[in-house]
Design a protein around this ligand. Structure first.
Ligand SMILES: [Fe+2]
Length: 285
């Protein structure tokens, strides 16, 4: 360990101790992380001042804030594309694409019935969303659970907005014997990620905007099937091509506008079918 040089320090760090020999996955991740971190420091010729700035940035990002009580680390991995890269790496590309859960999921959402309205929002345009939950062979999955959550028409989730009741625009539905689901909601609005902290500073310095494209979150589960967490996006949203979490892929729905006689405002309709992979097929693939 004596006589550390610029050429030996990386291997010295990796080989310090027993390289976690009882935990091979940890060893693999640690070794690669050190290689890449040291490679990055070398490539940019990091100065002491820049290192101190980085320490301060990570320190501040991990602190609780009023906007994000759990700190900004989760959001930071989203903004750096790391979260979506992990989704892409783990996507099996046969079921519906998996996607980010995001930091605003709340378990135990209200249980709702087929056709129920998801939330209260006098300003929002009504959206009828329906479809089926299917297996890889286009067969319907009955009694699948669909946990859905979204922002209101102002781009706010209930837990961010004291004017909304708890559980607003959240709900758990069950598919019928034909695998169908249907509910009424409002057209969600895109929103800006919280930007008052260090992550917001980073985006401003990089000339990046803070907008997410309008989307609806889903978690699906059914007995014998792999669970799925995903999002669907609204076609035409101006941030589809530049969502700040890089989450927009192929799950994009087009809204059809309907004028109904008993409503003063238009109603939109769209359909989306979810595809789940059975655990058996997952094991065999
Ligand atoms: Fe969201």
């Amino acid at each position: 360990m004596k006589s550390i040089t610029i050429n030996t320090i990386t291997e010295a760090v990796i080989n310090h101790g027993d390289r976690a020999k009882t935990q091979p996955r940890l060893s693999e991740i640690y070794s690669s992380l050190i290689q890449h971190l040291h490679g990055f420091v070398r490539e940019v010729n990091l100065t002491e001042q820049e290192l101190e700035w980085g320490r301060d940035f990570i320190n501040r990002a991990s602190h609780h804030t009023q906007e994000i009580p759990s700190g900004e680390i989760h959001m930071l991995t989203d903004l750096l594309g790391i979260s979506e890269l992990v989704e892409l790496l783990n996507d099996t590309n046969d079921s519906t694409e998996c996607n980010l859960e995001g930091p605003l999921y709340v378990p135990n959402a209200p249980q709702r019935q087929m056709g129920d309205r998801l939330g209260i929002d006098a300003d929002g345009d009504t959206l009828w969303l329906s479809g089926c939950v299917l297996d890889l062979h286009d067969r319907p999955i009955a009694n699948a659970l669909i946990d859905v959550w979204q922002s209101n028409s102002q781009g706010l989730y209930d837990i961010q907005d004291p004017s909304q009741p708890n559980g607003n625009f959240r709900g758990r539905f069950q598919t019928d014997v034909d695998g169908k689901y249907a509910f009424e909601t409002v057209v969600p609005m895109g929103y800006q990620v919280p930007a008052s902290g260090p992550s917001g500073e980073m985006l401003r310095l990089l000339g990046r905007h803070t907008w997410r494209a309008a989307h609806i979150h889903f978690k699906l589960s059914a007995s014998g099937y792999e669970p799925l967490t995903t999002q669907i996006f609204i076609d035409g949203d101006q941030y589809l091509d530049s969502d700040t979490t890089f989450a927009v892929r192929s799950a994009i729905v087009q809204l059809q506008k309907h004028q109904t006689s008993d409503r003063s405002k238009p109603v939109y309709k769209t359909e989306f079918n979810f595809v789940l992979k059975s655990i058996e097929e997952s094991i065999n693939s």
